[in-house]
Design a protein around this ligand. Structure first.
Ligand code: FBP
Length: 335
């Protein structure tokens, strides 16, 4: 069996028929290096005293974990010298960090340095999420880019195997980090989400706070084979969006973090620019769908750096059903 190709070989040879802009390749490779370093810091956290809280809160008002701060610094330190990178937008920083006077075609990097960080101290899978857009032709300082403007998005998952999963607009590709060499090698080409699934993921402890469409959907799934869906459903919740999306890209499923009575004033739980949009691009590129219950996530016009949105993504049939429940309130026929 031939050796799985490396990330560099994939980016330079296979990613795009006309070839990717070399500066985009450099940036993606810098992101991969940052994730490799973050993976090692996670593995050595107990030895380096990096479990627990950093003692500060971030712009979201959340208590920062020590590793949230470390991961953010690693991303910035490794990527800031990437050619044509004009600005960084991080979950952990209030404002965009401009690295140069922007010119049309420069890159903007949006990132959640450590997603699912409530799982770190209990040794469950966490991840890093990233998204790349370009500066407008007139070199403006506008970072409020709709998801459909993304050139590339992806995540690293720090699980039993450390992986990097990304799209540059022509399918989704998964690279496993080879233990010893640290090389990212293509082990999961053309990841695809089946349209039909019997697995849903939602934080069910918020049931009392949900709106009717979400309750109806979950009740029907829980009713199983004797209910209107006519089949049994399984449920998962890992409290790490990266782990949920990775499972869905691997075997299908639907993930929901809806707006509810507990987060409606904030607009939802998950952030548009560096959580919902990058994941929505991956899911769509793998044949799935992603909405906020009404609108395609990639079409939402951002209004703020840390804007939150409701998220429903995954297997197309289930996302369509849930969006129907939100928009028409109708219950489709038995299926
Ligand atoms: P951060 O860890 O980056 O703040 O991400 C938010 C997140 O942890 C998602 O990864 C996950 O899907 C969700 O929040 C878990 O929410 P809950 O605490 O309600 O289970």
């Amino acid at each position: 069996m031939s050796e799985p190709i490396t990330l560099r070989r994939f980016l330079t040879r296979h990613a795009e028929p006309g070839g990717l802009d070399p500066n985009l390749i450099f940036l993606i490779e810098d992101i991969a290096s940052a994730c490799r370093v973050i993976g090692n810091r996670l593995r050595n956290a107990a030895f380096e005293g990096n479990h627990g809280l950093a003692g500060d809160t971030n712009v979201q008002g959340e208590d920062q974990k020590k590793l949230d701060v470390i991961a953010d610094e690693v991303f910035a330190r490794i990527c800031e010298s990437s050619p044509r990178l004009a600005a960084l937008v991080s979950e952990e920083r209030e404002d965009a960090v401009w690295l140069k006077e922007p010119e049309g075609g420069d890159y903007l990097l949006f990132y959640d340095p450590l997603d699912g960080s409530s799982n770190i101290d209990v040794n469950l899978s966490v991840g890093s999420i990233f998204s790349i857009c370009t500066v407008g032709a007139d070199g403006d300082r506008d970072v409020l880019k709709a998801g459909r403007a993304q050139m590339c998005s992806g995540y690293a998952i720090y699980g039993p195997t450390m992986m990097l999963v990304l799209t540059v607009g022509s399918g989704v590709y998964g690279f496993s980090c080879e233990y010893g060499t640290g090389d990212f090698r293509l082990t999961h080409p053309r990841m695809t989400i089946p349209a039909e699934t019997s697995e849903f993921a939602i934080n069910a402890s918020r049931y009392r706070l949900w709106d009717a469409p979400v309750r109806q959907y979950v009740d029907e799934c829980l009713a199983g084979a004797t209910g209107p869906r006519g089949r049994d459903f399984n449920m998962r919740w890992t409290a790490s969006m990266v782990a949920e999306v990775h499972r869905i890209l691997t075997r299908g499923g639907v993930f929901l973090y809806p707006a509810d009575d507990g987060n409606r004033t904030a607009g939802g739980k998950l952030r548009l620019l560096y959580e919902a949009s990058p994941m929505a691009l991956l899911v769509e590129q793998a044949g799935g769908a992603a909405t906020d219950g009404q609108t395609r996530i990639l079409d939402i016009a951002p209004t703020g750096h840390h804007q939150r949105v409701p998220v429903i993504l995954g297997s197309a049939d289930e996302v369509t059903r849930l969006t129907d429940y939100h928009t028409t309130g109708a219950t489709p026929a038995h299926s």
